[in-house]
Structures are given as structure tokens and as C-alpha cells.
Design a protein around this ligand. Structure first.
Ligand code: ADP
Ligand code: MG
Length: 328
């Protein structure tokens, strides 16, 4: 069993042994996709390590240019502008990610729904803006992933009514991490960590030992609620403390319950451990929306997926596969 969390998760590295000083080890951070990217690679050849890090950063920039909702010229923004008027042909990569999103929507009874953006765009967490009840109700009526028609024959997407919008913020970073790991492997790098905000994936080892990742305490920035050794897994964390503001005692944050268009309240954070970051990213957002009972029931049904939840009172809950981690 293994673990590791993302943006909110503090990466802690406790072992610094067993590798010739500095040789072929490289760690770099850059701010891309509106988040912190961390890449750490090991390779006996320094040049290969260098090229690996550069390839990952370039890949992150490429995906940001294609999928950012904040860039008018992104492929995603073009879909949002044009897909209500008729089918919009899109890249194979975007099409595949939309299909994957739909599968997760089906799996989670619609808790994961990229059309959350039909109402989600009415919030501005930095400026403390949220819609009034009436505006929200109208916009939330357009949230439904079935309003998205995908045509595999033409790789095109179409919205079935005006006002529908999509946003891949709950899955795109995981996809970017998986793409990065694939690039590194193709370059012959077998020991690496790639983190994009709250989404991480590790392969191989760090200084000859398993990677270790800490799950951040949602209410104490420097504290950890768990530290887990891991090998060849992905870990994603979704929390209510990343982008939020409070008004009249109500916390408005960036994970939206598709049934209401309002922030999902009940849990403080969800960490998912699984085989790849696309899956763990989408599931961390989904389980956050589903809440403790339905969320853990879903995780326990899925093979190869585990979860650590922090509830509204700060208590920890684990999926059945992680029971050995629970304090006795
Ligand atoms: P982050 O790493 O950005 O904190 P999370 O994995 O926690 O991301 O997902 C939050 C993001 O997912 C939001 O910023 C938004 O873009 C998107 N999102 C919010 N609610 C949903 C939802 N119900 N279904 C799918 N995506 C969502
Ligand atoms: Mg997520």
C-alpha cells in the first residue's frame, strides 16, 4: 500500500542515503496551470535527468494551453463558445478526456460532472463572489453531463442546450501527471515523482527507498494527518481549503455539488490512492461531493483504490484497504 497527496499535501522526504552524492538527481518546481508543479527524477546520466524535467514542464505548458478555462484561445474555451451552436471537432486527446469524464460521472452517480461549470463560472473565489439564489438555480439547471453529446465517429462534442459550460479542473491535472510519467518512462527514467497541485504520481524509488508522502491537515497548514510509503502509485487530494472564502459563516469553495451548484459541504479533504493520477484526481473530487458514507462505499467497491477522508470535525476515516493505518 502506498500514498501521496498533492497541492495541499506536503511532500516529505526523510531519507537521503544510498545514492552517489547528487549524481543524476534533479528536483525542480515551476508554477504552471495555475498551480505548483514539482518534478523529481533520478537517472545515472545527468543529461537524461535534465531532459526529463524539461520534457515534463513543456508537457504541462502544452496541456495548460489546450485545456485552461482561463485562456480564450484554449481548445476548451473554443468548445464552451461554440458547442451549443453545433458539433465542434476536437483533438483526440481532449475527446478521450471528455469520454473518461463521462465514465467517472456514470461511476459516481453524477457526483463528478464537468458541466458543473455551467454554474461554477458564477463564482470568483479570489474576489469573494458567489451568485444569488435565483441566478444559481437557473444556472444549476444546466448541470448534467448528459447535456454533452460526444460523437466518436467525428471526434466532436456538442451541448444539447445553451448555457452549458465545461471545465476539466477536476481531472486535467491528473491527466497531465500521467502524461508526464509516460514521457519520463519513454526516456528511460524509472524513478520519479511528478506533482501538479494536489495530484501526484511516483514510479520506482527515491534514494533507493519508497517515496513517502504526507497528507496535510486541512486546518493546520504545517501539520500532517498521515505519512505513507509508496511505490508506483498515484495520490490525489481534494480539499475545501485550496480555493475558498467565507461569508456569514458559510464556506464557499471550489468543489461543487452538481445537484445544487453550491459548494459540497461535509468533508474537509479527500485523499485517493490508486494506479494512475487521472483516476485519483477525478475520484478525489467525486468522493468529496459524495460525502463520507457514499464516498467510502464507492471506494470500497473499486479494486485498487483507497481513500483517507477528513470529516467536518477533523476526524479521519479510511477505506477498508487502509485499515492497518488507523491508530489503535
Ligand atoms: P484542485 O487540485 O484544483 O484543488 P480538485 O481535484 O480538488 O482540484 O478538483 C477541484 C476542481 O474540480 C475545481 O476547481 C473545479 O475545476 C472542478 N470541479 C468542481 N466540482 C466538480 C464536480 N462536481 N465535478 C467535476 N469537476 C468539478
Ligand atoms: Mg480531483
Amino acid at each position: 500500500m502506498t500514498t501521496l497527496p498533492g497541492r495541499a499535501l506536503l511532500l516529505i522526504c526523510l531519507s537521503l542515503l544510498a545514492w552517489p552524492a547528487g549524481a543524476g538527481w534533479l528536483r525542480e518546481q515551476q508554477d504552471i496551470m495555475g498551480t505548483r508543479i514539482t518534478v523529481e527524477v533520478f537517472h545515472a546520466d545527468d543529461d537524461v535527468a535534465r531532459r526529463g524535467v524539461d520534457a515534463v514542464m513543456a508537457e504541462m505548458r502544452r496541456l495548460d494551453a489546450a485545456m485552461s478555462p482561463f485562456r480564450e484561445d484554449s481548445e476548451l474555451s473554443r468548445v464552451n463558445r461554440e458547442a451549443a451552436a453545433g458539433p465542434v471537432p476536437i483533438s483526440r486527446e481532449l475527446f478521450d478526456l471528455l469520454q473518461r469524464s463521462r465514465q467517472v460521472s456514470d461511476l459516481t452517480d453524477g457526483a463528478f460532472d464537468i458541466t458543473f461549470a455551467s454554474a461554477g463560472f458564477l463564482y470568483d473565489y479570489r474576489r469573494h463572489v458567489h451568485p444569488d439564489a435565483r441566478t444559481l438555480k437557473q444556472a444549476a439547471a444546466r448541470i448534467d453531463y448528459h447535456n454533452l453529446a460526444l460523437d466518436p465517429a467525428t471526434h466532436s462534442v456538442r451541448f444539447s442546450l445553451p448555457g452549458v459550460k465545461i471545465d476539466l479542473g477536476g481531472i486535467a491535472k491528473g491527466h497531465a501527471v500521467d502524461r508526464s510519467i509516460a514521457l519520463l518512462r519513454a526516456m528511460g527514467i524509472h524513478d520519479a515523482l511528478v506533482t501538479a497541485g494536489g495530484d501526484s504520481r511516483v514510479i520506482g524509488r527515491r534514494w533507493g527507498r519508497p517515496w513517502r508522502i504526507g497528507v496535510r491537515d486541512p486546518r493546520r497548514p504545517d501539520a500532517l494527518v498521515a505519512v505513507i510509503p509508496l511505490e508506483d502509485v498515484a495520490v490525489s487530494t481534494s480539499g475545501d481549503y485550496e480555493r475558498f472564502f467565507e461569508e456569514d459563516g458559510v464556506r464557499y469553495h471550489h468543489i461543487i455539488d452538481p445537484t445544487s451548484g453550491d459548494s459540497a459541504r461535509g468533508l474537509r479533504s479527500v485523499t485517493i490512492i490508486g494506479p494512475d493520477a487521472t483516476t485519483t484526481d477525478a475520484l478525489s473530487t467525486s468522493v468529496f461531493v459524495l460525502g463520507r458514507e457514499r464516498g467510502l462505499a464507492l471506494v470500497d467497491r473499486l479494486t485498487g483504490i483507497d481513500a483517507i477522508l477528513v470529516d467536518g470535525q477533523g476526524r479521519l476515516h479510511y477505506s477498508s484497504g487502509l485499515e492497518q493505518l488507523q491508530p489503535h
